[in-house]
Ligand binder design. Sequence first.
Ligand SMILES: [Zn+2]
Length: 128
Amino acid sequence: MVNRNNENSGSVAGIPAAGSDGEHDHCLACNSGKLSAAEVKTAIWHGAKLVVVEDVPAYVCDQCGEQYYEDQTAMVLDMMRGDGFDTSEASRKMEVPVFGFRALGATAGARAAKRQSETRKNVADVAG
Ligand SMILES: [Zn+2]
């Protein structure tokens, strides 16, 4: 069984079985992409904590971008997850913007309403 990368479920991808030529060249997600070795970043939710692991050796599909890990790589990621990602061992930290869908939606809605009824708003301000 091969699992594709799903960062939120906690599972990691298995790489498609190598062909007779030993190449991992067939993407199981889109069935047409060619896989090439690359180093990738992956974001992993660990409970309420979000961590990023970079320089992860992977095979990436040139069509759909699906990432596959060797068993060994998946195992190491699992071990890191098991260790709980001690932040004192992190190589660096990065700031991540967080958007609230509701808050952003309300702001966008307000902006749109303001654009649509600029004059009506002015009248309301005077009246209010
Ligand atoms: Zn693909």
